[in-house]
Design a protein around this ligand. Sequence first.
Ligand code: AMP
Length: 405
Amino acid sequence: MNFTEFGLDPALMESIESTGYEVATPIQEQVIPKILQGRDIIACAQTGTGKTAAFLLPIIHRLLQHSNDGQVNCIVLVPTRELAIQISQNLEGLSYFTSISSIAVYGGNDGMNFATEKNALSKGVDFVVATPGRLIAHLNMGYAKLSGLQFLVLDEADRMLDMGFHDDIMKIISHLPAKRQNLLFSATMAEKIRGLARKILHEPDEVNIAISRPPEKIVQEAFVVYEPQKLPLVQYILKNTHFKMVLIFCSRKQNVKQLNRELQRARFKIAEIHSDLEQAEREDVLLNFKSGKVPILVATDILSRGIDIDNIDLVINYDVPHDGADYIHRIGRTARAESDGMAITFVSEKEQRRFADIEALLGKPVKKAMVPQELGPVPDYRAQHPGRSAQKKKRRYGPPQQRRK
Ligand code: AMP
């Protein structure tokens, strides 16, 4: 589903385009219309699914239609300062061409920030992205303008409960107007989350984007490389290994076409498939692939969901997929039925962060394979944990600032 179909504000659409999002992720497709309708939501979704934009976009849209001036309009409660920074940065991008204002409120920084936060909370700001403890420190002083609050988001609610924030959350809620829209996101739906939901949400719609983990029998590896090393690497792998059916994914059809051209020039038996092909052409390509006539296929994500081709023994992600869900769908094309399979992902420097998000979703790092020496030196993998890269950004650019209306 394309973002144009949600009927979002034009300035917001401009921001979405400049962020580079084109197609909504499954959670966005399900959640955005419900939030626009004003429903309370309880959603089971992990990091990497696009859940942040799933709640930010419809709230920004609603606030562009009606924001209470001089008031805090939305509070997003999160368990850690890393997540507060990350969400604030996402919000900055997604509201770039709009008049929406925001501030991150989290502990552990200096008194200067406290004064800035106090100023925003007492003068009013559209979004406050906060860790519970720090927000309570402000609420205790009584200057926060909360009577016009319209939205409350609890993100990673399961982690907040694990970290012992239950009472803080309830205390914050006691300061809020009763009539508001509540959105709760959690990676699990344990009973304690349902208990919290019963206390806070009003007739919620339940959304479940359970991502099944990839089958254990798929051997997953990643090559950390510079972008120009990807072409020689794919050639090296195709020449020096003996896989019978290889499916190579690229995110853009231009890249599919280019890679197909390059590999044809290098005399590999290969074909391409993407949305520019007519249905009959696609069927032809698939038939040739399934019959073994053309053993290598380069594809966009149109092939990653639902298409049943058994016996693919190697999937190569020539670039890192958008998110964890796409990754799992892509690599799930191998090791179907009884057969085993391997999934290899090429990770360039600028894709490291996205790959770390996927690893976080998988719950463990993917083994990094040795790049053949003849390809020359390779970059280090620096993005072990999404939280770390968020912190690095903060050091370089400073904390997210409140933008004036
Ligand atoms: P999240 O699950 O919110 O942590 O998002 C995971 C990553 O996906 C972030 O880097 C987002 O910027 C990115 N993302 C979210 N929605 C989309 C989309 N519709 N298209 C492409 N990337 C997205």
